[in-house]
Design a protein around this ligand. Structure first.
Ligand code: PHE
Length: 347
């Protein structure tokens, strides 16, 4: 092995030992740099005789080419290794299972209200919404409650320590019945302007609040108010409407509806509406699901309408009760705890 072969071997070994680009460039300088070993050899040619110079020069250039080739090969190796490292560091295992996002769903009460809205819409009822912070005038006075009626007491109703612009006390509405007044008043005004007296047919779902809390009472719960007024609307119509609701909502014909005499200041006569299924887990028990009655003449007057012209009925459905019966839920509190183990069953 001559000195040039040894030199090429030494360069290859040095390049192989370089683990990074910078070390490789240092190694390159030792062989091919200005005072590198190959450069020194070329400089030495000047001292040789012309015929020797040519042969030796060709040999040195061959060795130089071999060293340059080794350098280039090592550069490519290092670049590839670096790329490989980077790919590993940034690796993404697309086969890993996803983290998953829980799929949300409607609350059973929301589902129930939507379902009841659709059923009433199919019977020609409008759907209205109103404020949860309501005047005590709308909540009680307009609905014919005397000033000293017990439902007005602080033990039963949540009051807000503020009056409205007309000096009327505000409260969290204890039922959806103020929506009878709001809707009928707006309707009466619009109709007076148009000189017509079309029927009023509306439901108003929403949250209501009472000072009450146990397994069957929550301080917040849901009602769906209903109002149907016209020239000739009677209890018979209420019974048809209610039976149609129960049939469509529970998807059965096997039930009875019963009106049980009751009292509300804003209806006369008044009745609780009970239903009884003929089959299924609840078969045979009367279940109270709504309050109802023929709208009191004074209340019709408070609407801005003439009780000689407009007669009809109102009802207030316990929306939570309907949800519990449909889904077989036995504790009202479960519905408002926000526990996902419970709620996810309704997705
Ligand atoms: N507002 C009554 C309640 O909350 C229910 C009701 C509504 C009764 C409409 C008659 C007419 O108990």
């Amino acid at each position: 092995m001559n000195d040039l072969d040894t030199l090429v071997k030494a360069a290859q070994a040095d390049f192989a030992a370089a683990r990074q680009g910078a070390a490789l460039e240092d190694a390159k300088a030792r062989f091919l740099g200005k005072s590198g070993r190959v450069t020194e050899l070329l400089k030495g040619l000047g001292a040789l005789a012309p015929e020797q110079k040519k042969a030796r020069g060709a040999e040195i250039n061959q060795a130089k080419a071999a060293i340059e080739a080794a350098l280039q090969a090592r550069r490519e190796q290092l670049a590839e290794a670096e790329l490989e490292l980077q790919l590993q560091a940034e690796a993404l295992d697309v086969t890993l299972p996803g983290r998953g996002r829980g799929v949300g769903g409607l609350h059973p009460v929301s589902r129930t209200i939507e379902r009841i809205e659709a059923i009433f819409a199919s019977m020609g009822f409008d759907v209205a919404e109103g404020p949860e912070i309501e005047t005590d005038w709308m909540s009680f006075t307009a609905l014919n409650n005397p000033e000293n009626h017990p439902a007005r007491s602080m033990q039963d109703t949540f009051y807000v320590d503020v009056k409205d612009a007309q000096g009327r006390w505000l409260c969290l509405r204890p039922h959806t019945s103020p929506m009878q007044v709001r809707y009928a008043q707006a309707h009466a005004k619009a109709n007076a302007a148009a000189h017509t007296t079309p029927e009023i047919r509306v439901i108003a779902p929403g949250r209501v609040y009472r000072v009450d809390s146990d397994a069957t009472h929550s301080p917040m719960f849901h009602q769906i108010e209903g109002l149907w007024l016209g020239a000739n609307v009677s209890f018979k119509d209420l019974k048809v409407v209610f039976a149609s609701l129960v049939r469509a909502f529970f998807e059965t014909d096997d039930f009875d509806v019963r009106f049980r005499p009751s009292f509300f200041p804003f209806t006369e006569p008044s009745a609780e509406i009970d239903i009884r299924f003929g089959s299924g887990p609840l078969a045979g028990r009367w279940l109270e699901v709504a309050g109802s009655g023929q709208v009191h003449p004074q209340v019709v007057r408070n609407f801005g309408l003439d009780p000689e012209q407009q007669i009809g009925f109102a009802f207030g459905i316990g929306a939570d009760r309907f949800a519990m019966l449909r889904y077989g839920i036995d504790d009202l509190r479960l519905m408002f705890d926000g526990d996902l183990r419970f709620l996810s069953q309704f997705r």
